[in-house]
Ligand binder design. Structure first.
Ligand SMILES: Nc1ncnc2c1ncn2[C@@H]1O[C@H](COP(=O)(O)OP(=O)(O)OP(=O)(O)O)[C@@H](O)[C@H]1O
Ligand SMILES: [Mg+2]
Length: 384
């Protein structure tokens, strides 16, 4: 670097493309769970009904996501891992009607920058699969035919090997990273209906062991039972809260009363239109109100917010875990009202149902005023 004295104005120069790539990639792929999450989301976007996540040494050596989705057609091979190349978005307005998990075309490119990426893929139109090798800049450097069913396998070896500090941290915290990944996979396994999700891990010379497994059921209830067991499910009650005509929250929450919750808040999953996200304000609210019903424990919370795509923005952070809402306060107030009814000290158990409301007036805001809609909650006591 050139030496400067305080009186010198430093020269502004463009950063080398490869360096930019690595800097930005490190923001998209923060850790192991972010890396695997991107591959799982790609498989879901490809319409897979079966997704296997295979880890070697908790993901430190390599990880692989194997799906039976639509596959990648040969005319996309060269551009597959190039930065900002995507099949999911063309223009900026498309962001307002997104139904796919991915949209930026930077996940595979980032994984190339931070590890060694190979892909095996086959569409229904190809008689055989192709094995593709990419370099760190996302360029396709080798291609050979291989045997495979229709679908895609993406393998990443030696993640973070070229980011010295993160690589060291990664090795040191691998068990913690692995724990975070399994928790995140639980979120996808809960919400993905009709998709069989399996995660395996193999350490050293040992055979792989199954870490998590769902059956591909079409219901959230079945996924909860499969992942957490019937006794856990029996401690939950269904929740359905209407915020406005086009916005609602569905899911399951711990029942009130000692013993129904957990000693840790480790089973709290929030989704927006089926996308697992972080919702700190909602998390705080749910925990705060549950405390009134069970002061010793934390609730299990599995809540999916259905919000019109044009009323929320998922393009907030590189890892797409944060969401902005056009009217967040209406959602929070409706949620508070709904939860207060559920966890009111007078009621042992009940669910909240929506009462029919008049048709939406033209020009009204997407999420109506919480005060206007407090009448919409009907409390139904369930004895037993
Ligand atoms: N498992 C897969 N099956 C089929 N196509 C895939 C798969 N993984 C990736 N692709 C294709 O490769 C493209 C690039 O994937 P990548 O994850 O880099 O970007 P994206 O999903 O479009 O956006 P984002 O960066 O937001 O995830 C996708 O748009 C998709 O067309
Ligand atoms: Mg993607």
């Amino acid at each position: 670097m050139e030496a400067t004295t305080p009186s010198d104005s430093p020269t502004i120069k463009p950063i080398n493309k490869g360096v930019v790539h690595r800097i930005c990639a490190g923001q998209v792929i923060l850790d192991l769970s972010a890396a695997v999450k991107e591959l799982v989301e790609n498989s879901l976007d490809a319409g897979a009904t079966s997704i296997e996540i295979a880890l070697k040494d908790y993901g430190k050596e390599w990880f692989q996501v194997i799906d039976n989705g639509c596959g990648i057609s040969p005319n996309n091979f060269k551009v597959l891992a190039l930065r900002h190349h995507t099949s999911k978005l063309v223009g900026f307005p498309d962001l307002q009607s997104l139904t796919t998990f991915g949209f930026r075309g930077e996940a595979l490119s980032s994984l190339c920058a931070l590890g060694n990426l190979t892909v095996e893929t086959r569409t229904k139109n190809e008689p055989v699969a192709t094995h593709l090798t990419f370099d760190h800049s996302g360029l396709l450097v080798a291609e050979k035919k291989t045997a495979r069913q229709v679908g895609t396998t993406v393998t990443v070896k030696s993640l973070f090997s070229n980011l010295p500090v993160r690589c060291k941290e990664f090795g040191r915290n691998i068990r913690k990273e692995y724990g975070k990944l399994v928790s995140l996979l639980n979120a996808y396994a809960l919400i993905a209906k009709g998709v069989r999700i399996v995660c395996t891990n193999a350490t050293g010379k040992n055979a792989k062991s199954v870490v998590l497994k769902t059956q591909g059921s079409g219901s959230l209830k079945d996924n909860i039972v499969t992942l957490f067991g019937m006794s856990t499910f029996n401690c939950l009650e269904p929740v359905s809260i209407s915020v406005s005509e086009s916005c609602k929250v569905d899911g399951f929450l711990s029942k009130s009363g000692q013993g129904s919750g957990r000693n840790m808040g480790d089973r709290q999953f929030f989704f927006v239109n089926g996308r697992p996200v972080d919702m700190p304000k909602v998390t705080k609210l749910v925990n705060e109100l549950y405390r009134g019903a069970n002061s010793q424990q934390h609730p299990i919370a599995i809540m999916d917010f259905t919000v019109p795509t044009r009323a929320c923005d998922v393009n907030v952070t590189p890892d797409k875990r944060k969401v902005f809402f056009s009217d967040e306060s209406s959602i929070l107030i409706a949620l508070r009202e709904g939860l207060q009814q559920i966890y009111s000290p007078n009621n042992a158990r009940f669910s909240v149902n929506k009462v029919e409301e008049p048709a939406k007036e033209p020009g009204r805001s997407e999420l109506c005023s919480p005060r206007q809609k407090s009448h919409k909650f009907l409390k139904t006591i369930v004895y037993g």
